[in-house]
Write a protein that binds this ligand. Structure first.
Ligand SMILES: [Zn+2]
Length: 520
């Protein structure tokens, strides 16, 4: 074996002469006068890395550690300069400013200067298999304001069919699934829940028993089934408890320890509200079994919302899709008042956002800094998109926070102002400098790195890079990265990101709408 010390120097010099020299000059400076350690201002440290960028330094041959340096987001209070020390894919410790030099040792170092180091974004509501297709801006504008999702879903058997949305069926094409996930990864998402997954990009949670899904989650789009929905639709009020009245069954397919995450109350009519009430009664009898969350909840009224808080049900909010389809969204002021935990997800590309950054901006337009009377701070939205998303999926002890013992699922985004949370809401994929999954760099912005990249980051798309193992023949999915890009270049297909750095065109549509005619 080779001794770690000298090897470290040699490797560093080979990899990045300038970085190594500066780094060692820094260490020597600190060592020469240890009494002046506190005078070693961290701003001086940042001068090693040009503003708005990260610098990668390869570790020693025996190194199993990675250090990610930057302004750490550990809570809604703001950022603190320090580093995340990673080993075996997990966060070992959060290193304070004055411990960075010694923690670096022979570790792989990503020095991101003053840029923000955040838990990766968690998207607990995506229909990956469907999220290749897009409506034109005109088609989106022409959407009627529906009262219930059964009005627009072709297979619901409800209505005369004139107002149905014509969308294509979900895809199982691996190349397409690959770029759909890549689109989320480039925008800082490290975990996606929903149908459709590929290995080696973001992590996935879902109900299908396949190796692509790291985490089990019973994500149900139609928890009640068509027959129960027909009966719910005939009710004029919620049946009195204790009567012989109908109680719809909810479908489940995973063992009770998996979180149950159904679409409920997706609409504004009575049927939507009754779905919500039936679901809450169901949770009340099963609460001890498992984690329960609820996607949408548009039809819940403020009284129902109090029960969500009592039963510890996380509401997974998809504002973009809600206002596009129903003109309204969940009662956010009531959810805040009742102290209900909220997460946020993109839904699907047909009516929702194309990535989490887009969805966060949409949320801020409706109830945050972009609205007339903000009730959600930018920090609240960050919490919803990180730790609360993990909680919604029963994964709060696994990911979603910068905390020792949790997975090193991390996004680094560019510092533009003194407020990290406002900067997140300004960010497009261009500002996402790096996305790490289990401590491994998976993608980022080439322009955001001032030196070399790790060797496996060999794929590029525009200014972005991707460090992935493409599915190989041994796994039955042979294709090259160029084929992935080709699959994304078709017409009416959601792009990976906007070349011009503008938000996707749907952002301006994040506003409440009124239903044109009274509901039948
Ligand atoms: Zn959905």
């Amino acid at each position: 074996m080779i001794a770690a010390g000298p090897v470290r120097v040699r490797v560093s010099v080979t990899r990045s002469l300038a970085a190594a020299l500066l780094f060692w000059a820094m260490l020597m400076g600190a060592a020469a006068d240890s009494s002046a350690a506190h005078a070693f201002d961290s701003d001086e440290h940042v001068s090693v890395v040009p503003a708005g960028t990260c610098r990668f330094t390869a570790g020693g041959f025996e190194s199993e550690k990675t250090l990610i340096v930057g302004n750490l987001l550990t809570g809604t209070g703001g950022a603190q300069y320090g580093a995340v020390l990673v080993s075996g894919g997990r966060i070992v410790e959060l290193v304070p400013d004055d411990g960075i030099e010694s923690a670096a040792g022979n570790a792989v170092v990503f020095d991101c200067g003053r840029n923000y180091v955040s838990p990766g974004l968690i998207n607990p509501h995506e229909h990956t298999r469907y999220s290749f297709q897009m409506l034109t801006a005109g088609d989106r504008e022409a959407l009627p304001v529906y009262a219930h999702r059964d009005e627009w879903i072709p297979e619901s058997g409800f209505g005369d069919g004139s107002d149905k949305i014509r969308y294509k069926d979900g895809t199982d094409d691996a190349k397409t699934l690959f770029w759909i996930e890549l689109r989320h990864l480039l925008a800082g998402t490290t975990l996606i829940a929903g149908s459709g997954a590929v290995r080696g990009l973001a992590k996935n949670a879902g109900s299908r028993q396949r190796p692509q899904y790291e985490y089990p989650a019973d994500i149900r789009t139609f928890p009640f089934g068509p027959e129960a929905m027909r009966r719910i639709r005939r009710l004029r009020s919620f049946p009195d408890p204790g009567t012989e009245a109908f109680r719809p069954e909810l479908t489940e397919d995973l063992p009770a320890r998996a979180p149950y995450v159904p679409h409920v109350a997706e609409g504004t009519d009575l049927a939507a509200r009754l779905e919500g009430l039936f679901f809450l009664d169901y949770v009340a009898t099963r609460k001890s079994d498992r984690r329960f969350s609820l996607i949408h909840g548009v039809g819940l009224d403020s009284g129902d919302i109090g029960r969500l808080g009592d039963l510890d049900v996380t509401l997974i909010w998809s504002p973009r899709s809600n206002v596009a389809l129903y003109g309204e969204t969940a009662d956010i002021p009531a959810l805040i008042r009742e102290n209900v935990r909220m997460a946020i997800g993109t839904d699907w590309s047909v009516s929702g956002s194309y990535n989490m950054l887009e969805e966060l901006r949409c949320a801020a337009e409706l109830f945050g800094r972009g609205s007339g009377s903000p009730v959600l701070s930018s920090a609240d939205l960050w919490q919803m998109a990180t730790g609360n998303g993990a909680y919604a999926l029963g994964l709060e002890a696994v990911t979603g926070k910068l905390e020792a013992g949790l997975a090193a699922d991390i996004m680094v985004f560019r510092k533009q102002s003194g407020d990290p949370f406002d900067d997140l809401l300004r960010a497009t994929a261009q500002e996402v400098l790096a996305t790490f999954v289990d401590g491994r760099l998976r993608s980022g912005n080439r322009a955001g790195f001032s030196g070399a990249l790790p060797e496996d980051c060999r794929y590029t798309v525009g200014t972005h890079f991707v460090c992935a193992e493409l599915p190989d023949a041994a796994r039955g999915l042979p294709f090259g990265f160029e084929e992935v890009l080709q699959a994304n270049r078709k017409e009416d297909i959601v792009p990976l990101y906007r070349e011009d750095r503008q938000p996707f065109p749907n952002q301006a549509e994040c506003a409440l709408r009124t239903r044109a005619s009274p509901q039948p």
